[in-house]
Design a protein around this ligand. Structure first.
Ligand SMILES: Cc1cc2nc3c(=O)[nH]c(=O)nc-3n(C[C@H](O)[C@H](O)[C@H](O)COP(=O)(O)O)c2cc1C
Length: 200
């Protein structure tokens, strides 16, 4: 029923690198291939928040996720000679997690100046699923308008607003309340959060 997916994943420099880390960990086993691209700021924020020596030059995904993952390819954010840059490449959708308000603004205004924003642009023009996971507070009216533009264009705006009613015991469990929703929206199986009022 659930054939393995080809997924595009963008990581940008908003706070919440843990969401990207947890998402990749759970999505990768269900994917045929993940095309991953990270902005320069995404690396900086991930180093700051997760205390890991992650860099474009020394990219150790297994070390980052704590387990070997062999189906994920890191693409340079500057390289448009890559599959997600073109509508001719068929895939099952894209998520940008976490998504900075700068990236939201660029996508909403058609400024596809790196691989994250170009791949998102392609998703919208090809009517493919696009999920953005913005994180900022408070939101100014420009941010709200940009998010509305994305929603009107068909994007699922899934803010990094973790839920507390599952009584999480760790930061990972708290982050997983968001990750579970991303997985669900993109059609993945997930056992991180039970369905409300449904047994098993
Ligand atoms: C530690 C840190 C946390 C940040 N958190 C956020 C955030 O939560 N949301 C946001 O929109 N920008 C945040 N920023 C600012 C972005 O990194 C900055 O706007 C950057 O230009 C985004 O670039 P990118 O979209 O290419 O990744 C943060 C920056 C730093 C250094």
């Amino acid at each position: 029923m659930h054939s393995k997916k080809k997924l595009v994943v963008g990581i940008t420099g908003a706070s919440g690198a843990i969401y990207a880390q947890r998402f990749l960990k759970f999505a990768a086993p269900q994917c045929e291939r993940i095309y991953l691209t990270m902005s320069e700021q995404a690396f900086q924020v991930a180093r700051t928040e997760l205390k890991i020596p992650i860099s474009r030059e020394q990219f150790d995904l297994a070390g980052w996720l704590g387990e070997p993952i062999d189906n994920t390819e890191l693409l340079s954010e500057r390289d448009f000679f890559t599959p997600p840059a073109s509508g001719s490449f068929r895939h099952d959708g894209m998520v940008i997690v976490p998504c900075s308000m700068g990236t939201v603004g660029r996508i909403a205004n058609g400024i596809s100046n790196d691989l994250v924003t170009r791949a998102a642009d392609v998703c919208l023009k090809e009517r493919r699923p696009l999920v953005v996971v913005p994180r900022e507070m408070p939101w100014n009216v420009i941010m709200l308008r940009n998010l509305t533009t994305l929603a009107e264009a068909g994007t699922t705006v899934l803010p990094a607003c973790p839920a507390w009613y599952h009584n999480p015991n760790s930061l990972e469990e708290l982050a997983d309340t968001v990750v579970a929703r991303i997985l669900q929206v993109l059609g993945f199986e997930q056992n991180l959060m039970k369905q409300w009022m449904v047994e098993n």
